[in-house]
Design a protein around this ligand. Structure first.
Ligand code: FAD
Ligand code: SF4
Ligand code: SF4
Length: 394
């Protein structure tokens, strides 16, 4: 919460300035409530300089004490078995590159029950060390328990970077940890690199109209989340075993506030998942109608792929919302991506630019989609697709 010093004379200016209604006057002094988000809006308003934000945690510490690139590796559960979510391997692969540039260690953090089984495979992604918190108390994900375990580890070992998957668990956990440590968090990064010792976190900003490079030069650890399929998996150290550091961290009492009484799993879909398909055929507004999307279905069936769509096509009702590819949909990383009647808005590109081979079909030769295509076909997709299908049949 904002700090109010003795200098306060009760003028009330800060009360009007607080957008969250967190300030009020009592006995001619400003008082703050739990509604304070520490946005800082009131600080400059006070004519007496009576308000200040608390300096806590990692702020302004000796940054050289923070070393190591950490990846929180999520253990998934599909109701039958537990498994490592593939995005964990993708983050370790990217983390290896970052650690090499920094000359630091790459470390995986695993929390769960009997996680030892995953050590050998995690080690093959260039992982130097695995921090493991393994106990039946961590069998089921619990926000408070997991956050407490991670904060305890981070405070003990001082990593310089911590990466989280942008899964339901990663999105729930990472902001809780960053606020506890009083450090920044960049969500849904589409690129990560190192510049002058800082993590450059690239992501769309202002509705996707610009790509912003975000850095946190004064705080450690630097924290980011990344969606599945943004980075490629790369086994770099086959047969090598990472150093294992097992930690025993008791679950805090307050974690008992949340108890999972029942778990309901979505029925397993019979359709190929977009984010796992080796071939994705995507349609945009240019496909116009159901007949246009029938052509995409036919091509996907022939090539063994899945059909996705741009947001404009989803808005036209040509596909269900879960088939949307892009910033506010799914990120795909297929071997082949065919974009039909899609202009190539940046919000779409960030969801498919990591595919191996991208083919664009668009009647506008200047459509931005061609900037990310390996092959481009200029013309009417409704005429081109039947000809491709005909050739494939032959
Ligand atoms: P258009 O931009 O209208 O392009 C249609 C294209 O089809 C044109 O290039 C045209 O030349 C071509 N064409 C027309 N007829 C034919 C034909 N017969 N044959 C061949 N080509 C033809 N969009 C997404 O896709 N995914 C997202 O996740 C997403 N998230 C967003 C989030 C935010 C916050 C915002 C603001 C926008 C988001 N958008 C997203 C929307 C995005 O900005 C674009 O509006 C959208 O991607 C455009 O879809 P489109 O390319 O299908 O349509
Ligand atoms: Fe006190 Fe400053 Fe708020 Fe005035 S603006 S009530 S002096 S804290
Ligand atoms: Fe209100 Fe922001 Fe000041 Fe907190 S820091 S009291 S939320 S204006």
């Amino acid at each position: 919460m904002i700090q109010i010093s003795e200098k306060c004379v009760g003028c009330g200016k800060c009360v009007a300035a607080c957008p969250f209604g967190a300030l009020s006057l009592a006995n001619r002094k400003a008082v703050v409530s739990n509604a304070c988000t520490m946005c800082g809006s009131c600080v400059s308003v006070c004519p007496m300089g009576a308000l200040s934000l608390p300096v806590t945690g990692a702020a302004k510490k000796d940054l050289s004490a923070y070393k190591g690139v950490w990846v929180f590796v999520e253990v998934g559960d599909n109701g039958r078995t537990q498994f490592i979510r593939p995005v964990g391997y993708e983050l370790l692969s990217k983390g290896r590159e970052l650690a090499n540039q920094l000359g630091e260690e790459l470390c995986a953090v695993l929390i769960g029950n009997q996680v030892e089984a995953y050590f050998p495979e995690l080690s093959t992604y260039g992982t130097d060390k695995i921090y493991a918190v393994s106990s039946p108390s961590y069998q089921q994900y619990n926000t408070l328990a997991y956050a407490n375990a991670l904060v305890t580890l981070i405070k003990k070992y001082n990593p310089s970077i911590v990466l989280f998957p942008s899964t339901y668990v990663g999105r729930d956990l990472s902001p809780r940890i960053s606020s506890e440590l009083f450090v920044g968090l960049t969500a849904d990064c589409t690129g990560l690199s190192i510049k002058e010792g800082n993590l450059i976190q690239t992501r769309p900003a202002f509705g996707g109209n610009i790509m912003a490079d975000i850095k946190c030069p004064d705080y450690r650890p630097q924290m980011a989340t990344v969606r599945p399929n943004v980075f490629k998996k790369a086994v770099t150290t086959p047969g090598r075993m990472a150093i294992i550091v097992k930690e025993t961290i008791p679950v805090p009492v307050e974690a008992g506030k949340v108890r999972v009484l029942e778990t309901h799993m979505d029925p397993v879909s019979t359709q190929e998942k977009l984010d796992e398909a080796p071939v994705v055929i995507a349609g945009g507004r240019g496909m116009k109608d159901k007949a246009g999307f029938d052509l995409l279905d036919a091509l996907a069936a022939r090539l063994g792929g899945a059909v996705g769509a741009s947001r404009a096509a989803i808005d036209l009702g040509l596909k269900d919302k879960e088939k949307q590819i892009g910033q506010s949909g799914v990120t795909v990383s297929s071997k082949l991506y065919v974009a039909c009647g899609i202009s190539g808005a940046v919000q779409h590109i960030v969801g498919m630019e990591h595919c191996d081979v991208i083919v664009g079909i668009n009647k506008d030769a200047n459509a931005p989609i061609f900037n990310v295509c390996k092959y481009g076909l200029v013309g009417d997709a409704k005429q081109i697709l039947p000809r491709i299908l005909e050739q494939l049949k032959k």
